[in-house]
Design a protein around this ligand. Structure first.
Ligand code: IMP
Length: 202
């Protein structure tokens, strides 16, 4: 029997919460966003890896949780481009400024890869999810979706860097994929399923 009754996910993003509720639905616990749990807090992310940032966020939010039966989950994700030394990486949201439109960020990355052949355009989306348990212990999972950076901005679905990220084996961008298909294959979906397996063992 699990030693927790609530899962609080450190996000204010409703799209993410929907995916989280779907994938974690088999777990016998109430799934709440931070807002639903009545928590408002910005946690500084100054780690050097996705895993560190996810853990920092989860521990930062866990400090605010009064209940003794709640697990706090937090994620961190981004795009790594091998040719650019894994940039933008943990700075994906902040790359060229948080408020800069993705049309500009994406075009900038394409320009930085001008003339670079297909074999050297490899890239991946990464997602780390951390959990902090009521007894203060923690765990973290990390999953990826592998692909390469295309040559132009294409596709209407998704968000962020989706219009320049081509998925291995699909030869189109993740912005051209049906969102349901992307969720099946995505770094976040995989990490959520890996975390579900961890939670099931508690
Ligand atoms: P966060 O983990 O929500 O802070 O996301 C970090 C940033 O990584 C986002 O703002 C996007 O720039 C990028 N990112 C993460 N996942 C995806 C994805 O599935 N598609 C496109 N961009 C993504």
């Amino acid at each position: 029997m699990a030693a927790f009754k609530k899962l609080i996910f450190a996000t204010g993003n409703e799209g993410k919460m929907e995916e989280i509720r779907q994938i974690l639905s088999g777990i016998d616990a109430q799934i709440l966003s931070m807002k639903e749990a009545g928590i408002e807090k910005e946690v500084a992310e100054n780690g050097t890896t996705f895993e560190e940032n996810a853990l920092q966020k989860a521990f930062g939010i866990a400090e605010e949780v009064k209940e003794k039966d709640a697990v706090v989950l937090a994620d961190d994700s981004g795009l790594e481009i091998d040719y650019l030394g894994k940039e933008p990486g943990i700075y994906s949201a902040r790359y060229l400024g948080r408020d800069t439109p993705y049309s500009v960020k994406n075009q900038n990355l394409l320009d930085r890869l001008e003339g670079v052949p297909r074999q050297q355009r490899t890239a991946r989306f990464v997602c780390a999810i951390a959990a902090v348990f009521p007894d203060g212990t923690s765990c973290v999972v990390r999953e990826t979706m592998e692909g390469y950076i295309g040559w132009e901005i294409v596709g209407e679905h998704g968000f962020g860097y989706d219009p320049i990220f081509c998925l291995d084996g699909y030869e189109c961008t993740t912005a051209q994929l049906d969102p349901e298909v992307k969720n099946q294959l995505s770094h976040r979906g995989k990490a959520l399923r890996a975390m579900r397996d961890q939670l099931m063992q508690r």
